[in-house]
Design a protein around this ligand. Structure first.
Ligand code: EPU
Length: 427
């Protein structure tokens, strides 16, 4: 789906331009990926609208195809998925390791076919990212998990159908909640998921499942209840807008002292982002599905913790840190979700930032003049952080490995150029 995919591509950014104008937000990466996996739960067509044109969607589409599903792009942002002829229950390792969301095929395959197998998922190197909570959820529903070398083989016992259970999530994991939720839809009887993740992407999945005929209640709370049904049907579902992309453009506006309208934004789930950006000195005017943000009077130091929803999202930790390099004073950051989110620190330091990190915390002193240099996008959000810093750094920054950004941001350079940034993709 995405137009450019070269591994060797890089960005050349000449910083210092003030961003102005209006930019639209695409569909949420993580909501779209979960919705694509949910299509495996039914033989009928699932139509997904507002699907972002990003490489993670493309690689998950390839994975579904390799299982025997039909994945058809019916328009730029629309997919038709039909999983009536799925005949393979083991996700190909090369595709699973590309994309963390790929492990979410497990719940749907297991509950519909009684068997699923996968190697551990890939994705960004932002922490240990275990899958124990997913697996213990499946086990609570009567599944048996075998580890055969690198492969997890999961079987539903008792006639091939999972049974409803009370499942406690040791951590409110987003993809773990989504996996167990999907598995519970076709289980026999009632499942209660205690300490469920409440992220908007989980809520969106639950609403989609209900459109398919599932009986999920407690949506948006930490206790989800699912009455299992015999089968699910097709549905049309619109992917929610990407709150992380919206937050990234908001930060781009603030870090360049600009004034930007951000359209099609999920403003109702962005309280933490708005609160922190306002504390940093931004002026934010929130509408029903858009907001305008400007920061013409400089940026103030602002400390934050990255937390599960509704706290400040971990996916905006690195972009916020880039912003705080330009703030007056000392900001303290605590990462409470992942144990290895600090990859961006070394790259920002190459650009002149004064950041020290220890464990899952960082201290940013500012404002420090940044300068253009050669840096790497080490994961999708660390990549966003160096790009944001590059927008504020006079001179030219070369960002290598921008394929990480392609995983999660649709038409990133053209959207930024539309706001007046000088960003060119090379290669
Ligand atoms: N965890 C466990 N056991 C598990 C699963 C997770 O201990 O079985 C722990 C992890 O180690 C981590 C914490 O739970 O410390 C949170 O991980 P979670 O499972 O919630 O994250 P995820 O589902 O792997 C999704 C998004 C991430 C986003 C996080 C948190 C997808 C495909 N990915 O990951 O998105 O950061 O939730 O909101 O939905 C991104 O978009 O850049 C990205 C990394």
């Amino acid at each position: 789906m995405s137009p450019h995919r070269t591994r060797g591509a890089r960005y050349e950014v000449t910083g210092g331009n003030t961003l102005r104008g209006s930019v639209g937000v695409s569909g949420s990466k993580n909501a779209a990926l979960a919705a694509m996996c949910a299509a495996l739960l039914t033989e009928e067509d699932v139509l997904l609208e507002n699907v972002p044109s990003i490489s993670d969607v493309e690689s998950l589409g390839q994975l579904l195809t390799s299982l025997g599903a039909v994945v058809e792009q019916t328009a730029v942002h629309s997919l038709r998925i039909n999983a009536s002829s799925v005949n393979r229950f083991e996700a190909p390792p090369s595709l699973v390791t590309e994309n963390r969301a790929s492990f979410q095929v497990m719940g749907p395959l297991l509950t519909r076919f009684g068997f699923a197998a996968s190697v551990p998922p890939g994705g960004d190197v932002i922490g240990q990212r275990p899958i124990d909570v997913h697996l213990s959820g499946f086990e609570a529903m009567g599944a048996k998990v075998d580890r055969v070398e690198d492969l997890y083989e999961v079987r539903a016992c008792e006639g091939g159908r999972l049974r409803g259970a009370r499942v406690f999530m040791d951590y409110p994991t987003v993809s773990g909640t989504q996996n167990v939720l999907m598995a519970a839809t076709l289980a026999e009887g009632k499942t209660t998921i205690v300490n469920a993740a409440t992220e908007p992407e989980v809520q969106s999945l639950a609403r989609m499942l209900n459109k398919m005929g599932a009986q999920v209640s407690g949506i948006g709370t930490q206790m989800l209840t699912v009455e299992g049904v015999e089968s699910l049907g097709g549905a049309t579902h619109t992917v929610v807008p990407d709150r992380i992309e919206a937050g990234t453009y908001a930060i781009a506006a603030v870090i360049t002292g600009g004034d930007v309208e951000i359209r099609d934004a999920p403003v109702e789930v962005m309280d933490a982002i708005f609160t922190k950006l306002a504390a940093a000195g931004a002026t934010i005017d929130v509408g029903t599905d858009s907001f305008r943000i400007s920061a013409e009077a400089g940026i103030n130091a602002t400390s934050f913790q990255a937390l599960p929803y509704p706290g400040l999202p971990t996916d905006l930790h690195a972009p916020m840190a880039a912003l705080l390099t330009q703030a007056r004073g000392v900001s303290i950051i605590h990462e409470r979700v992942f144990d290895n989110r600090m990859l961006y620190v070394g790259e920002l330091r190459k650009m002149g930032a004064e950041i020290v990190s220890t464990g899952t915390s960082a201290i940013v002193s500012g404002p420090t003049p940044l300068h253009g240099t050669r840096v790497r996008a080490l994961d999708v959000r660390a990549g966003a952080a160096v790009l944001l810093a590059a927008l504020a750094a006079p001179g030219r920054t070369e960002i290598e490995e921008v394929y990480h950004l392609d995983r999660g941001y649709e038409r990133l350079e053209s959207k930024l150029r539309g706001l007046g940034a000088d960003v060119t993709r090379v290669g």
